[in-house]
Design a protein around this ligand. Sequence first.
Ligand code: FE2
Length: 457
Amino acid sequence: MSSFHCWLLLLGIGLHHLLFTSAVIVNNHKVGWSRPGDNYNEAIQPEQVHLSWDGDASHMTVTWNTPDRCDSVVQYGLQPDNFTEKQQGGVSKFMDTGDGHRTQYVHRAVMLNLQQRTAYYYRVGNGEVWSKVFNFTSLKDGSDWSPKLAIFGDMGLVNARSMKRLTKDVRLGRLDMIIHVGDFAYDMNEDEGRVGDAFMRMIEPLAAHVPYQTAVGNHEYWANFTQYKNRFSMPGSENGLMYRFAVGPANFVVFSTEFYFWLQFGFLQIRRQYSWLRKELASLNELQTREKAPWIITLGHRPMYCSNNDRDDCTKHESIIRTGLPVVHSYPLEKLFYGAGVDMCIWAHEHSYERLWPVYDRQVFNGSNLANPYENPNAPVHIITGSAGCREKTDTFLNPAPWSAFRNADYGYTKMHILNLTHIQVKQVSDEKGGNIIDEMTLVKDRKRRGYRYKKF
Ligand SMILES: [Fe+2]
């Protein structure tokens, strides 16, 4: 055999091996990382595919972008090559506010009639040109399951140190949901939105496979948060600035801390949000609701406490987020959250991790067990998790205040396991220490807060 024929034979074996391996990958449901879409067409090729969830287990929302306008269709089903369901979505024009008026189209569609806790495959497109095939596992209604979440803020396009480990967690099915608590891409509006596009492509291996829920941060401020409002699809009618959803036995209340700091975009929205928070927290405290899903967890970008060595609001004795607007102290959030029996407040913005003791008005509140302040605590527990990785690197600390229980400035992210009606586990993953857990806390609530009545606040 000539050397030319030898090479042909080897090439044939290689191709056969490649095709065979691809089939094995498909059968193991690892599609979405290996398979190209059908009928590639650059002008209307779907990209930046990401999921979000409205709190109904029979739904999953998918959002994607195309350079030109076209139809919005999602196909889905239980097999990667047999899509039995189809939904039509809607499309909206998204024009960047930069001089070039760069335009793209954002498509949104809701997959309906999903069976609970079931593996699905889907692709998006215009009916002819398709994305590659992605998979996800649907969620579950009610309190009788234990969702696993990754929560972090402040992840940029550059130096996104947690991406690799988060991707592994998603691929291995270790997460049901991701919550990104503000500050995306650094910044999404830069280079006429191309930085936002690149960031959304970067997170696709996460966000196309588990719902990627979001809160707004200060790095989204450009043109009144237009990049954030256009790119994500959160529940409710407030463009993802304030909304709530329940997952398992926990209710998440998401709000904008940024209303307090960017007054050029309107003062009244602080009041409007405060009223909304009061109303939502009151409704979550209806006895029946709270007994069914007893955990209330708030998500906002800028913390009300922190012990970092910068001049951020949270370092102040009377931070705006905690005590309200300067001098007049209007719309203070700590009083509201404490009164409503909020269990946990999750924040980011500081590029580090910090766990607080249960605290109200700068005083540590012990729980029912003096040896463990996290057992039936009498005040909310705060977690600050903003070290997922960005170009601004990590933050340093001042001497800890008495309410600071643990802090660390390694790059990493927080894992939350909502175990049941009485226990929530929080762990901090360090990327710098090979994925080791550097902090762990279990919040226990098996009786109502002392002196607290669900219906009266
Ligand atoms: Fe921030």
